[in-house]
Write a protein that binds this ligand. Structure first.
Ligand code: FAD
Length: 178
């Protein structure tokens, strides 16, 4: 945990573009989009890199070019979508006036992510952002907004569109009005 992604260009052995190394120096599947799970060149690899590359190659051999089969472990994108769904939905149903206990539990949940989130470079970024902008667990609206802003920071980093935080309830609680 707590590492920045090691881009392929900085790795000892050239890796496919988009492949990210984990803290153990092996290709990190959970830090990488499935479409970038390609076998690395074995020449000059350390045994750890070769082992990682072999397991990735086995998975890659079974895949459609861009589609992650259902039986494959999650990639950084599926994990991200599932996590955002959980977090935004949990915030949408958080009380308007949480008890002291509920606030403490929510803080624990969010503060655990920079330590436990399996994509290490995602976790590191989140931890840095949480130091600058600590979670606002004072109520449902504030928490939803804080999460929306955190998600938008990731969107920005990934070159994606910004989400309109005024539409958080529509997206995660109420649905579109007919
Ligand atoms: P997602 O970004 O997963 O969004 C899911 C849905 O949420 C969207 O369809 C949209 O309807 C809604 N939405 C979008 N933005 C917002 C918002 N601001 N507020 C409310 N709802 C919104 N991936 C990386 O490659 N590198 C990283 O460093 C990285 N860091 C991450 C950190 C965290 C804490 C998490 C949870 C995920 C991270 N991810 C990272 C994954 C990334 O954010 C996406 O989940 C992934 O790229 C899939 O994107 P997506 O376009 O399918 O939609």
């Amino acid at each position: 945990m707590g590492t920045q992604p090691i881009p392929a260009s900085n790795a000892k052995t050239p890796l496919p573009p988009g492949m990210v190394l984990g803290p153990d120096g092996k290709p990190c599947k959970i830090c990488t989009a499935f479409r970038n799970w390609k076998p690395a060149a074995s020449k000059g690899s350390t045994p750890a890199q070769a082992a990682g590359a072999a397991s990735i190659a086995a998975l890659a051999a079974q895949r459609d070019k861009h589609t992650r089969p259902e039986y494959c472990p999650p990639d950084v994108e599926q994990l991200g979508r599932a996590t955002w769904t959980f977090l935004h939905t949990t915030a949408a149903y958080y009380p308007d006036k949480p008890t002291v206990y509920q606030r403490a539990q929510m803080l624990s949940l969010l503060r655990a992510l920079p330590t436990l989130y399996p994509c290490s470079h995602c976790a590191t970024h989140l931890g840095q952002e949480m130091k600058t902008s600590p979670p606002d667990v004072s109520g449902r609206v504030a928490l939803s907004r804080w999460l929306c802003q955190q998600h938008n920071l990731v969107n920005e980093r990934l070159g994606k569109d910004q989400f309109d935080c005024a539409k958080t309830d529509e997206r995660w609680k109420d649905g579109p009005s007919d």
